[in-house]
Design a protein around this ligand. Structure first.
Ligand code: SF4
Length: 299
């Protein structure tokens, strides 16, 4: 990306105590994110950055006082990339994510990295030194044109190749199918594509609570006008029929193929079959109820 405004910020620590259910600490080595996803859930961060530029067009490189005594974090879960991508293209130059991984060497942390990039493969030497690392790629389409409409990150094929490489190197992998765009994201085609080198498949519905709702609805109206009535039902009238039906289809698919399928469970459940575990993070309680029934029936 050529028109990115690069700055720098100096902070005391790169470790932030996290409210996320999956991690005790979040690590964001940059402020901003140049993948510039149209549906970015983190763009609310802009108001804390002092930037006037649109989200996705600025990046502040973070410098911090090096982590002292990394062992005091043994046993803690740390997620890299909760409101940025630690492997934005600029990481190739600034190497701040790599600096963090170097500072934590030797610590027995549970490392989670979330990304839309394949640059993460560069740091396999460091990542592999942690006890049970996990790398997650967001993939919500196999259609590169739709992907290009939605984000500036590397192609889906490059993400999939990186996932395969990490899996071959013994690193746990997640395919985060998020956000699921109704009738555009083909969940099953994605699963079929990655299932042989993926440990976890996390599902999350498109949520249009953010400022970007108008942009997404306009995009759907222009590019997928036949879907606009469905999107209006879901996002203007809060109709959840689509998500219930998708939940049912995933459940059937999982049963047919011997995958464990759970709802809102902790993300690192081990599969008894060695096949990927599918975890549904849709928001509605009706589906949670259906999952409880399913789990109760599971031997
Ligand atoms: S990769 Fe994540 S943080 Fe970056 S723009 Fe996309 S949604 Fe936002």
């Amino acid at each position: 990306m050529n028109n990115v405004k690069i700055g720098e910020v100096h902070v005391k620590s790169v470790l932030t105590k996290s409210n996320l259910p999956i991690a005790g600490y979040s690590i964001n080595p940059y402020v901003g994110c140049t993948h510039a996803c149209k549906y970015c859930y983190a763009c609310f961060m802009k108001r804390f950055t002092g930037h006037d530029e649109p989200w996705g067009t600025f990046l502040d490189v973070k410098y911090w006082q090096p982590v002292k005594n990394a062992h005091r974090y043994d046993g803690k879960t740390m997620i890299v990339g909760s409101v940025t991508d630690g492997y934005n293209p600029q990481e190739e130059v600034f190497r701040r994510t790599r600096a963090f991984l170097e500072e934590m060497q030797g610590a027995k942390i549970n490392l989670i990295i979330t990304t839309k990039s394949d640059l993460v493969v560069r740091d396999l030497d460091l990542i592999k030194s942690f006890p049970s690392p996990l790398v997650s790629w967001s993939i919500n389409t196999l259609d590169e044109d739709f992907k290009n409409d939605m984000d500036s990150a590397v192609s889906i094929e490059r993400r999939i190749a990186a996932m395969k490489k990490c899996h071959e190197e013994g690193i746990r992998t997640t395919c985060f199918i998020s956000p699921i765009f109704p009738e555009i994201t083909d969940v099953f085609a994605i699963i079929e594509r990655i299932k042989d080198f993926c440990d976890y498949i996390w599902l999350e519905n498109l949520n249009l609570r953010g400022n970007f709702k108008a942009d997404i609805m306009q995009y759907i109206g222009e590019k997928y006008p036949q879907l606009l009535p469905l999107y209006q039902e879901i996002y203007n009238r809060n109709d959840r029929t689509y998500w219930r039906a998708l939940d049912g289809s995933v459940k059937e698919y999982a049963e047919r193929n011997g995958f464990l399928y759970v709802i809102d469970e902790e993300p690192f459940l081990r599969s008894p079959t060695g096949k990927p575990v599918i975890i549904n993070y849709f928001y509605h309680s009706e589906i949670k109820q259906s999952a409880k029934t399913q789990n109760a029936e599971r031997p």
